[in-house]
Design a protein around this ligand. Structure first.
Ligand code: ADP
Ligand code: MG
Length: 244
């Protein structure tokens, strides 16, 4: 019964989100239509190049929203397994390295030896870290440093991602986990929303500290499996159609 209620709630959330996606995608489409009409009425408009750039940006924006939403609504199973935190972080660093280098940003990881494995869906958890690190890169237009530190305390694994970027004021901080909240021209505002859903689904937590002009630290906590036997009880497959 409880599960049926939860499922109904999840479906209601997805329905609301889908409606919001339509709304958000409509804006860039309206922009493109407006500029196309202008260009149709008058050939060789003096600002033609500028209009084309705006249209391309609007299409990118719509594309990003749809891609993020598809990821969120992606059908499939959450496939959890024992995973070494070192492996997770080295794979994520590799994924982000080239984009970081292009932006003159170095990614440093600090991992103590002998961390116990965590029980995670590695693909989903990589998505969480990528979403967070991407924000860090975007917050450092002049270059800088991303540091990823991990440690264990009280049966929890802490992963803290810090940057030396723009930081956030109170108003932004209050809203960053809201779907579609963005301060970027082509942002989707879904990155941290998705990250939070996935982390909560793993019974973990996500916290943020930020100082405007100095930088931001986002910390994820994940519970460590209590006992070896608990692993044996898992089938490794968790039913569910999205990361809620
Ligand atoms: P998007 O990146 O598409 O804007 P997100 O959900 O990833 O959406 O982030 C929401 C907002 O949170 C961003 O637009 C930005 O204002 C703020 N933000 C998130 N991470 C950082 C960070 N590391 N530094 C500064 N601002 C950040
Ligand atoms: Mg983002």
């Amino acid at each position: 019964m409880q599960q049926a209620v939860m499922k109904a709630e999840k479906l209601a959330i997805m329905g609301q989100l889908a409606a919001q996606v339509m709304h958000e995608v409509k804006n860039p489409l309206t922009t493109v239509k407006g500029f196309l009409q202008l260009l149709k009425e008058r050939q060789n408009y003096p600002n033609q190049q500028e209009y084309l750039d705006i249209m391309l940006e609007a299409i990118d924006h719509a594309n990003n929203i749809i891609a993020d939403f598809l990821h969120l609504a992606r059908p499939g199973y959450s496939c959890r397994k024992r995973y070494a935190p070192e492996k997770l972080l080295s794979e994520v660093s590799m994924l982000m390295e080239s984009e970081a280098a292009l932006r003159n940003i170095s990614i440093k990881t600090v991992i103590p030896e002998n961390l116990p494995p965590v029980w995670i869906d590695p693909e989903q958890m990589k998505q969480v870290l990528v979403n967070i690190i991407k924000n860090s890169l975007e917050a450092m237009p002049e270059g800088g440093e991303v540091t990823i530190k991990t440690h264990c305390r009280a049966r929890e694994l802490f992963i803290a991602i810090s940057d030396t970027g723009t930081g956030m004021d109170e108003l932004v901080l209050e809203n960053i986990f809201e779907p579609f909240f963005t301060t970027k021209t082509s942002g989707t505002g879904l990155g941290l929303f998705i990250a939070k859903q996935i982390v909560h689904n793993h019974k973990g937590d996500i916290m943020v500290e930020s100082i405007p002009g100095k930088g931001t630290t986002i910390t994820i906590t994940l519970p460590l499996p209590q006992r070896e036997e608990e692993h044996q009880n898992y089938t490794g497959i968790h039913p569910g159609t999205h990361p809620f």
